[in-house]
Design a protein around this ligand. Sequence first.
Ligand SMILES: Nc1ncnc2c1ncn2[C@@H]1O[C@H](COP(=O)(O)OP(=O)(O)OP(=O)(O)O)[C@@H](O)[C@H]1O
Length: 330
Amino acid sequence: MGKTILKASTLTIGYKDKQVLFNLSLELNQGQLTCLLGPNGAGKSTLIRTLTGIQKPLSGTIELNGKNLQSYNQKQIAHQLSLVLTDRMATGNLTVYALVSLGRFPYTGWLGTLNEEDQKLIQWSLKVTGTAEFTNRHIGELSDGEKQKVMIARALVQDTDIIILDEPTAHLDSPNRIEIFHLLRELTLKTGKTILISTHEIDMAIEHSDNMWLAMPGQSISTGLPEDLILNKSLENAFGSEKLSFDYLKGRFRRNEEELTNEFSITGSPIYTKWTKSALERAFPNGLREVEIEIINRDDAPCWTLMKENKSFITLELLINYLKINNDKN
Ligand SMILES: Nc1ncnc2c1ncn2[C@@H]1O[C@H](COP(=O)(O)OP(=O)(O)OP(=O)(O)O)[C@@H](O)[C@H]1O
């Protein structure tokens, strides 16, 4: 395990009249991606503000590279820790290059000139985040996914041990979410950065976290490998409810009424079987009379056959429409 960059001990966080999370013991280690998960209102933003020195802890200590966070001034913190806040993303007239260059401000000051090393770091950050092609475009002209990569480039230019991102995939579509998680993962592996992100993407966090922090509302934070937090039921305890439970085989949460009484057997290739099952479960939430379906896929022309009735359909939709008309339970 890499060196411990940030360590919180017996930390309680919150506000003057409200304690949010208690008695936290947390560590961020070099080269690791840590995902902070928790239901709405659990205290993720409060924790990020506290770990970055924006907000004081109610009690306990935070050490950044072995020194109490409270002994650093803001500029010293900015040399060791960069923060990307999604909702306050800069827009407007700055070019990508100008915004990314601002990452050097803890070293140069706002009016400081960039030396050759600064320029090299900026070029490198643009390259590794895949934003070099936007260098001269204005921030306001970029998509949310492109902007997020530019904000990560700015954080890289700040040249800190730790990068903390508050919900970096909040406004992104699925391909961009995957890309941002992949980029952050690559950065930990290739540059040894220590990255903490808060996120609501449970699936992504399970897939990519070296370490997961799971905020249990009104309590504390459970930490560990995602798989350990799944197997010891912490994940289900944090997000589950009467209506929602964790499917331990599929690795995702599902509504409890999805417990199906369907009786159907499907034979065919695993991929066609999976998506046929998915469509049938959605179309017949209250169950389906016993059916046997065989899917034959020749030359990319699939055909769904109802075995007992010897009827074939060239689209899944036609099969479902037929079953809806003929299914006596519906
Ligand atoms: N300035 C404040 N003063 C008092 N209480 C606050 C303040 N800001 C947030 N809270 C409360 O602290 C708790 C934690 O809020 P926080 O925003 O940290 O949660 P979160 O996990 O980031 O939520 P979300 O996932 O919805 O963004 C909530 O109960 C919230 O109402």
